[in-house]
Design a protein around this ligand. Structure first.
Ligand SMILES: [Zn+2]
Length: 282
């Protein structure tokens, strides 16, 4: 028979029993009691219900939180993906522009009839390079001027087998007349790489914008220490700026302006320079 004293003990044990914390012997004792005591059974059922409701509430809160968290994660993933796509588009666009410029430059660099004029400024020094090129022949004049005073002039001449270099520097005039003179031909310059992969690598580290330079529609390619203007039409350099940089201990920027003309050079543009007064220096 049950005793009222037991009820008190059983009711104390019930919460632990519901959470399955009680041992087997206690379980048996509780279960036997519950079979016979409707009062304790009633309390047991209520306790169970209450626990269930609490658990459900807690679960709902967790689900709500997880939903909120996962929608935040989705947004973050979306933003990251969008940034990757934008980056790929930007790099792709740069690669495309440079590749198409390098194709145009390749076409123009194989011209064997071209005139080139370069102005190179660095501080108060101006170097003017003027070059006529026709087939294998060329006449190039390089003049260096400091504060409006010409300090050096070099002429490279090649026609057929004849090759001469004339140098006028510090009031001295001498001539190199040797078959050993290296090829001094001034080739048209571009600043885009050749090939898709090289341009793609390049595209990660530079910026490209459309602009105008020396009256031409250009793309400007910007790096840390340089700006290069490339003619949209020819793929060739229009202007290059090498910025002064502490690492290379240069005080001033170097600016070079490039100008090219194609198929305008005549044989008469490449005539042998006057060598009077030049001392042969072999
Ligand atoms: Zn009881």
């Amino acid at each position: 028979m049950k005793e009222k004293r037991d009820c008190k003990i059983i009711q104390d044990l019930l919460p632990n029993y519901i959470e399955k914390l009680t041992n087997e012997e206690t379980n048996h004792f509780i279960e036997e009691h519950l079979k016979e005591c409707t009062e304790c059974q009633h309390i047991f059922e209520n306790m169970q219900k209450e626990l269930k409701v609490n658990t459900t509430k807690r679960d709902e809160r967790e689900v709500k939180y997880m939903k909120k968290f996962s929608s935040k994660m989705k947004l973050l993933k979306f933003i990251i993906l969008a940034l990757i796509i934008i980056y790929v588009i930007i790099v792709g666009r740069r690669t495309f522009i440079m590749t198409s410029l390098s194709e145009k430059a390749n076409e123009n660099q194989v011209h064997d009839n071209y005139y080139a004029k370069l102005y190179s400024y660095q501080g108060d020094t101006l170097t003017i390079t003027e070059s006529y090129n026709k087939g294998e022949d060329y006449l190039t004049t390089i003049t260096r001027v400091v504060n409006s005073n010409q300090i050096q002039k070099i002429i490279h001449y090649k026609k057929g087998n004849e090759q001469i270099t004339l140098i006028e520097s510090d009031g001295k005039m001498y001539m190199q007349d040797s078959k050993e003179i290296l090829n001094r031909q001034i080739r048209p310059v571009t600043y885009v790489s050749n090939g898709l992969f090289a341009n793609m690598q390049y595209a990660f580290i530079i910026g490209i914008d459309k602009t105008y330079c020396n009256g031409k529609e250009c793309y400007i390619i910007k790096g840390d220490s340089y700006e290069r203007y490339i003619d949209k039409e020819t793929g060739l350099a229009v202007r290059a700026i090498e910025k002064s940089n502490k690492e290379i201990t240069r005080q001033t920027d170097i600016v070079v302006d490039y100008k090219y003309e194609f198929n305008t050079v005549k044989d008469s543009d490449i005539t042998k320079p006057d060598t009077t007064g030049y001392i042969v220096n072999q």
